[in-house]
Design a protein around this ligand. Structure first.
Ligand SMILES: *[C@@H]1O[C@H](CO)[C@@H](O)[C@H](O)[C@H]1NC(C)=O
Length: 280
């Protein structure tokens, strides 16, 4: 049930913090001839850095060069967001089915079994995508590292020019997305057990062992009550014999209300032996 509430929310946080990210790096280039330029480098999801370019002064004759960043982290980033979106959609659907179509869900046990399988698959996909995204994120941070970016600018490689990073990108949102990724891993993996219990596979195996032990205990109880009955039956039989011995017409006499089962007494013909039957 907690899965129903948390899974869509956690999935939303994961894809929103990663997919909606945009950051920027601001660099100031002070040329030796006192000309100053501020450069803003913007980037964001899906972190295809080959497409991120900006113009940098060469600090000679007012010429400029176009610098491209390196690296493509779109595959792990898009994989992570895709898994998060599909997990969101699935858990939303599961919530609707769980709340409004409870009967159909349990029909033939197909719903719980499917849910169990999908939960296992999503746990695995969450783990893989989160690990891939963790590796990609460290690559993203390395690529946009200010020292690394300044090294790409030819003007900044000259010691006579002064270059400085004015504003570094804020990583909080991307770090948060990674935390949510691994929170989702633990949520979905933890839910495997509850999904398994819903399938009833666990219950049936437990029930079979329980009935066996119940039978054993009731059997020993019956044996005990039988042995205790034997003693009282002996005295009861004597009493009954006395009663029956006056009744020569024969037939059968039964004791309908006995606390110890229903012992039946049969007196065959006129003077036959007394047979006490304990039918419990
Ligand atoms: C560059 O940015 C710095 C600090 O934000 C500011 O003082 C300076 O005037 C800016 N230079 C230009 C050319 O915009």
């Amino acid at each position: 049930m907690c899965m129903v509430i948390f899974a869509p929310v956690l999935a939303t946080f994961a894809f929103a913090t990663c997919g909606g990210y945009s950051g920027q790096l601001r660099v100031r280039v002070d040329c030796a001839d006192k000309s100053q330029t501020n450069i803003t480098i913007s980037f964001g999801y899906p972190f295809r850095f080959e497409q991120v370019h900006f113009k940098v002064p060469l600090c000679e004759l007012k010429r400029q060069e176009t610098v491209f960043l390196e690296g493509d982290f779109s595959t792990p980033a898009q994989f992570f967001v895709t898994i998060a979106v599909f997990a969101f959609l699935y858990s939303l659907l599961a919530t609707v089915v769980y709340i409004f179509y409870q009967n159909k869900y349990r029909e033939n046990n197909r719903g719980p079994l499917l849910d169990f399988l999908v939960t296992v698959i999503f746990s695995f996909l969450w783990l893989v995508s989160s690990c891939a995204w963790a590796k990609a994120l460290s690559g993203v941070k390395e690529t946009v590292d200010s020292a690394q970016v300044l090294f790409l600018m030819s003007a900044c490689r000259e010691p006579i020019n002064d270059c400085e990073a004015l504003e570094k990108p804020v990583w909080t949102r991307l770090n948060t997305s990674l935390v949510f990724g691994f929170l989702n891993v633990s949520l979905w993996a933890g839910n495997i057990w509850f999904a398994y219990k819903e399938t009833g596979l666990h219950k049936t195996s437990q029930r079979s062992t329980r009935t066996l032990s119940e039978k054993q205990s009731s059997f020993s109880q019956r044996q005990y009550s039988q042995s205790s009955f034997d003693q009282s039956a002996a005295s009861l039989g004597q009493q009954l014999y006395r009663q029956v011995s006056f009744d020569h017409s024969g037939g059968g006499i039964t004791l309908p209300h006995s606390s110890l089962g229903q012992p039946s007494l049969f007196n065959s013909s006129s003077r036959g032996p007394l047979i006490l039957i304990n039918d419990m």
